[in-house]
Design a protein around this ligand. Structure first.
Ligand code: GLA
Length: 387
């Protein structure tokens, strides 16, 4: 277990005992993820390639048949309580609806969720594009399924977690985040075919460093913009006469230049390009070719900026600064849903200190602070842990 995992597990256990007066019976964890390449491709039924990271969410649970479910969110000092057999959304929104959403989806899948006591703790910063909500949903699904004696595949857990996020929280997300949290393996990136759900584990080079730099730009109005991008992509697909942009190609796009509205045309160009780049990057990474992978990441950032309109000046600047510091073997791009958040960079491990120094020297967050920089090793996907 990583040092972070050990600390978090101890904090969770102690918090559970303090909240409920006894040790928990079941515990589960699920990691956050960083998407290496393939952005806004998942809901277009295309390709994405994330890896799991060290920061994660853990839950601890003691079931008690028939009663209410008492939930303590240790990081917020907040709680919730409801009847798991008759769960509805919480009007206040926030973390409670992720929990309630998972319980609701399990009920719909025929799993009788027992009452009991549940505590949640995490080491993922929220709102930074590293999937704290997906990791909560996936960890929770693991714990509740274990309590019910059900043995689901990682993929089925991920799809349930995705439905939970689309339900009470109301985000029309794709399946990338939840699959990444549930089905990744240590030492690997995961190439996801978001339509067929075929998964390919990509062994990452031993001396690959994956750096995540927080721009410090908070992702405002994200859900609205996210849903708008989806609508634009659907408009483009309908115009091109395909079920999803996954099925479109450059020739179709060129033929539609005069008839498809400009905005939808550019959205489609990003998705078509990012699907291709993701497949190429998977081959390049598997072949230890960081020159090609880095070029593809740089191209992906430009496409996100100019065609998909989801970067901001600070992440553009940060990505350019990273690219310059990294040199040829590697590259950087804004990662996640967009409008700020984190920039991910890959490089050889021996470049890390020089690149870190260049970022600390050349970038300040909007409040003038030094950016948060971490180097992440590809972590294992979610599972049950010892309590
Ligand atoms: C968010 C969504 C994902 C995916 C990414 C963009 O993280 O939850 O489903 O669409 O944005 O790639």
């Amino acid at each position: 277990m990583t040092p972070t995992g050990t600390t978090l597990a101890a904090r969770l256990r102690a918090g559970f005992v303090q909240a409920f007066g006894a040790a928990p019976q079941i515990a589960a964890r699920a990691p956050g993820r960083v998407n290496l390449i393939g952005e806004h491709t998942d809901y277009n039924q295309g390709f994405a390639m994330p890896m799991a990271i060290g920061p994660e969410t853990r839950v601890a649970f003691t079931p008690q048949a028939g009663g209410r479910l008492y939930v303590a969110a240790l990081d917020f000092g907040e709680d919730d309580a409801f009847d798991p057999a008759r769960v509805g959304p919480h009007q206040g929104g926030g973390w409670r609806n992720y929990v309630r959403g998972v319980v609701d989806e399990l009920n719909r899948a025929g799993i009788a969720v027992p009452g009991g006591t549940l505590a949640i703790a995490g080491s993922l910063a929220r709102g930074t594009g590293l999937s704290s909500s997906a990791s909560l949903e996936v960890a929770l699904a693991h714990a509740l399924l274990a309590a019910a004696g059900a043995d689901w595949t990682a993929l089925d857990i991920a799809l349930l977690a995705q439905r939970a996020e689309c339900g009470f929280p109301g985000v029309r997300c794709g399946n990338l985040d939840q699959i990444a949290s549930a089905a990744t393996r240590a030492g690997h990136a995961l190439l996801i075919d978001c339509r067929s759900l075929a998964l390919r584990q990509i062994v990452l080079p031993g001396d690959l460093a994956v750096m995540i730099v927080q721009s410090g730009v908070e992702r405002g109005l994200v859900d609205g913009e996210y849903n708008t991008r989806r609508i634009e992509c659907e408009r483009a697909a309908a115009h091109l006469g395909v079920a999803a942009l996954r099925d479109a190609d450059d020739a179709m796009l060129a033929a539609a230049k005069a008839t498809l509205d400009d905005r939808a045309w550019h959205r489609a160009r990003h998705v078509i390009g990012d699907n291709r780049r993701t497949l190429e990057a998977a081959e390049a990474l598997a072949a230890d070719d960081l020159v090609t992978t880095g070029r593809l990441m740089r191209e992906a950032h430009v496409s996100q900026a100019h065609d998909f309109g989801i970067t901001v000046p600070d992440t553009d600047r940060l990505a350019a600064l990273l690219d310059h510091a990294i040199g040829d073997e590697g590259g950087a791009r804004q990662t996640g849903g967009g409008f700020g958040g984190a920039v991910v960079a890959i490089m050889r491990a021996d470049r890390v200190e020089a690149v870190r120094a260049a970022v600390l020297d050349g970038y300040r967050t909007p409040t003038g602070a030094l950016p948060d920089i971490t180097v992440e090793a590809p972590a294992d996907g979610a599972g049950i842990t010892s309590v």
